[in-house]
Write a protein that binds this ligand. Structure first.
Ligand code: WQD
Length: 342
């Protein structure tokens, strides 16, 4: 299939484009590089020996988006583009709603105008908020606690409403838990702007000497070691989940005439201290850290119920925490400053 990937130069987007090219699909990418680098696409092309047609545009640029649909036979769209920082969303809610929700509306409008009605949407476990129980089922209550999670939930609701208005739409909503790691080549990976908000990139920057020590945000949670549990899932597994969603999920929604919502996680929670120990053991190094205060908005435990992905998509996470730690470290060592050449 020829797939339009929005945000294809980003962390999950670039890994997904690589897996889709490897699976024999062809790629058209639109990315304004607000939180990514065109270098990631160049490296995916060199890793696969295949071409990616790229457009450096904002998805909300409706004229240019129309031109892309007019110039290419787009069979399906995977929509990654969006801002994704929880703390930034609290400080700048209007930017998050305008960008994340605005892009989804512009994209669906252009798709409908060009008769393209197959969409896979990059959603997030943050739509669950603080879960009543774990592992979290897809039909658990949805109660995001920040504008980022809220923007993802609004986009999900828009897509559900679009499907109700026209059941010819085939929509798969993928709720990622905590994507971490990097492609085994070490050539593509997560390249956060400024101080990393997320745990693994911060640990990797401590290990490579860019940060002095890790602050553990809270050691008094009601968990086995007092630190928060999360479902860390290798980004390559997440990428492969998109190939399964494209090749099996869309057909499922057509048969069932319903939007398909699926968790992408491992089904297992690891604590912050587990991750530190796993990173140290996998890479034979020490991560200096300090126990600090809780970070506002964090929930004690969040990990996925994963049966639906296995039953419907035939997808299961295959790469373990040790592999996640080894792969992010290889990426960080080969690219101490990410994609920038400084
Ligand atoms: C994990 C744990 C922190 C940094 C976020 C988004 C979510 C998704 C994944 C987009 C928590 C602790 C972290 C640090 C720490 N992104 N931590 N010191 O918050 O579960 O999820 O990223 O979809 O939407 O909400 O991931 O990696 O930020 O934190 O102790 O320097 O590590 O408190 O317990 P989170 P995270």
């Amino acid at each position: 299939m020829q797939v339009l990937v929005t945000g294809g130069a980003g962390y999950i987007g670039s890994h997904t484009i690589l897996e889709l090219l490897t699976a024999g699909h062809s790629m058209v990418c639109i990315d304004n590089y607000a939180n990514s680098s065109p270098e990631s696409i160049r490296r995916v092309e060199s890793l696969t020996g295949k071409k990616v047609v790229s457009y450096p545009y904002d998805v909300r640029d409706v004229q240019r988006l129309d031109a892309i649909f007019e110039s290419h036979q787009i069979d399906a769209v995977i929509h990654f583009a969006g801002y994704k920082s929880v703390s930034e969303s609290v400080a700048k809610p209007l930017d998050y709603y305008s960008n994340n929700v605005g892009m989804t509306i512009a994209l669906c409008t252009a798709m409908a105008a060009h008769g393209c009605k197959k969409l896979i949407f990059s959603s997030s476990a943050t739509v669950y908020g603080d879960p009543e129980s774990v592992p979290i089922l897809e039909d658990a209550p949805l109660a995001p606690t920040n504008p980022y999670g809220q923007s993802k939930l609004i986009c999900e609701q828009i897509l559900r409403d679009v499907h109700v208005s026209d059941p010819a739409w085939e929509v798969v909503l993928l709720r990622y838990f905590n994507p971490v790691g990097a492609h085994e080549s070490g050539m593509i990976g997560e390249d956060p702007r400024g101080v990393p908000e997320n745990l693994l990139p911060f640990i990797a920057q401590v290990a490579v000497g860019r940060r002095d020590e890790l602050q553990v945000f809270g050691g008094d949670y009601p968990t086995y070691d007092g630190t928060c549990l999360r479902d860390y899932v290798h980004v390559v597994d997440i990428a492969r989940g998109h190939v399964s969603a494209l090749e099996r999920g869309l057909d499922y929604t057509a048969r069932e005439k319903a939007v398909l919502t699926v968790n992408l996680g491992t089904g297992r929670g690891y604590s912050v201290l587990d991750v530190i120990k796993a990173f140290e053991a996998a890479n034979s190094l020490i991560i200096p850290y300090e126990m600090g205060a809780r970070r506002s908005g964090d929930v004690a435990s969040c990990f996925a119920h994963v049966e639906k992905a296995s039953k419907i998509l035939g997808w299961k996470a295959a790469l373990d925490l040790e592999r996640m730690c080894r792969d992010i470290w290889r990426w960080q060592c080969s690219n101490p400053h990410g994609y920038s050449t400084e």
